[in-house]
Design a protein around this ligand. Structure first.
Ligand code: UDP
Length: 408
């Protein structure tokens, strides 16, 4: 486990001291996080790193994961897509089954946190237990809510409004709700295996193990195989650019236990890339953090051609490594990238191909935007800022009207 004081070298002592000053006011409180997967995807990534840090700040935290079957996760994935604006038809019994699985989980779980912090739509109906528990409940939304499908949104709002507070990743996702809404952007952990510095030799060994040539440009997208990450679009971009610039494409990613679509997308990706030895499709097992770190660090340019995106941790991860990133101008990505300053924002395959060629041809410009990106992530999207935002939110929810003094 990383010692919280190790962050001092990166963010400075004052920031860490500040966390202890706030967390003192939460002593004895327990935060109970609940989501739907312990591995894969951004939510699990953040909770894995966040909970040990909260513990070191003496804020007791527990993390529970709901259980569901294949049918439940097919429904929640369809919800996820519909909330991201992908037109999807639902039957009444699918909503009913969703509630049934939630109720089954709620009967098996113990809600003993002072604050029950529920992440994303999958476990959202657990809040029905709130009436009996008299605890504070917060709902944390990690997805892009700019254009949700009405029927799913209306269904969810019935539950969202039972919470004491809702938390969104970007201002564009906020809704007209009867409960308070808080903006907390996600973050990356600079000391995790995924983001820590790696020796050049380790990077080279890992990348060469996958048959990638480190002497030629590497363009990568490292993401779950998901339609909304548009991996087939990335292959089209690469094919357009490859006519003019020698480069290799790496598409790497694994699945998440709550995402049943991954294999189908992976098959389509393999079909679209067949016959080109410079396209490397890597299906990564869970806990491939060092491999992902090495692949990101070995990349000349990182793509994240998402069509919808909650925040896009992969963008922050690549920028933190000083990489020039070209990403879809969707969801939380524009919070991380100011176009042509801390990265490149694009809307289409042609636009992405245009900028990929430009960055391959202008390495100085590519380096400059990568460095600007790194500074932007350092100032805004590291886990220490995220912990602070959460502590303040916990405090505002759990404080019962006492006047709080922060002593230095
Ligand atoms: N990730 C991973 N293994 C993979 C693919 C992704 O560990 O095979 C990580 C990735 O490095 C990032 C997170 O999962 O930390 C994905 O978060 P993001 O916000 O980019 O997208 P999400 O998957 O939550 O839609």
């Amino acid at each position: 486990m990383v010692n919280i004081n190790n962050y001092i070298d990166i963010v400075g002592k004052e920031i860490i001291d500040g966390l202890f000053i706030i967390s003192e006011k939460l002593e004895g409180k327990m935060i109970q996080h609940i989501n739907s997967t312990s591995v894969g995807g951004g939510v699990a990534e953040i909770l894995t790193r966040m909970i040990p840090l909260l513990k070191q700040l003496n804020v007791e935290s527990r993390w529970d994961v709901i259980k569901g079957d294949e049918k439940f996760y097919a429904i929640t994935k369809a919800f996820h897509n519909a909330l991201h604006g992908v037109p999807t038809k639902f039957k009444k019994e699918e909503f009913e089954y969703f509630v049934e699985v939630n109720m089954h989980n709620s009967n098996e779980m113990i809600f003993d946190g002072d604050l029950i912090f529920v992440h994303d739509p999958q476990p959202i109906c657990l809040v029905e237990k709130k009436i009996k528990s008299k605890k504070k409940w917060a709902w944390r939304c990690h997805i892009d809510f700019t254009n949700p499908q009405n029927d799913v949104m209306t269904f969810l709002e019935k539950y969202i409004e039972q919470y004491d507070c809702s938390v969104f990743s970007a201002p564009a996702f906020s809704r007209k709700l009867k409960i308070p809404q808080v903006l907390v952007s996600p973050s990356i952990d600079p000391l995790s295996d995924k983001n820590k510095e790696l020796p050049e030799e380790t990077i080279r060994n890992i990348v060469e193990k996958y048959g990638i040539d480190t002497s030629r440009p590497i363009v990568s997208q490292i993401s779950r195989f998901d339609y909304l990450k548009d991996p087939v679009g990335v292959i089209e971009v690469y094919k357009k650019v490859k006519k003019y610039n020698d480069c290799q494409l790496v598409l790497a990613g694994g699945g998440a236990t709550d995402d049943p679509e991954g294999m189908k997308v992976l098959d389509e990706v393999k079909e679209a890339s067949a016959g080109d030895e410079d396209i490397h499709i890597l299906f990564l097992p869970p806990s491939s953090d060092i491999e992902i770190n090495a692949l990101q660090r070995a990349s000349t340019i990182v793509l994240q051609k998402s069509l919808k995106e909650g925040f896009g941790l992969t963008v922050a991860e690549a920028l933190w490594k000083g990489k020039p990133v070209i990403a879809g101008a969707v969801g939380g990505i524009p919070l991380q990238i100011k176009h042509q300053y801390s990265g490149i924002l694009t809307y289409t395959i042609d636009g992405t191909a245009f900028y990929l060629k430009q960055l391959l041809n202008e390495p100085n410009f590519a380096k400059e935007i990568g460095l600007n990106g790194k500074n932007h992530i350092k100032d805004n999207f590291l886990i220490t800022r995220h912990v602070r935002d959460y502590l303040l939110m916990f405090l505002s929810l759990l404080n019962e009207g006492d006047v709080i003094y922060f002593d230095n």
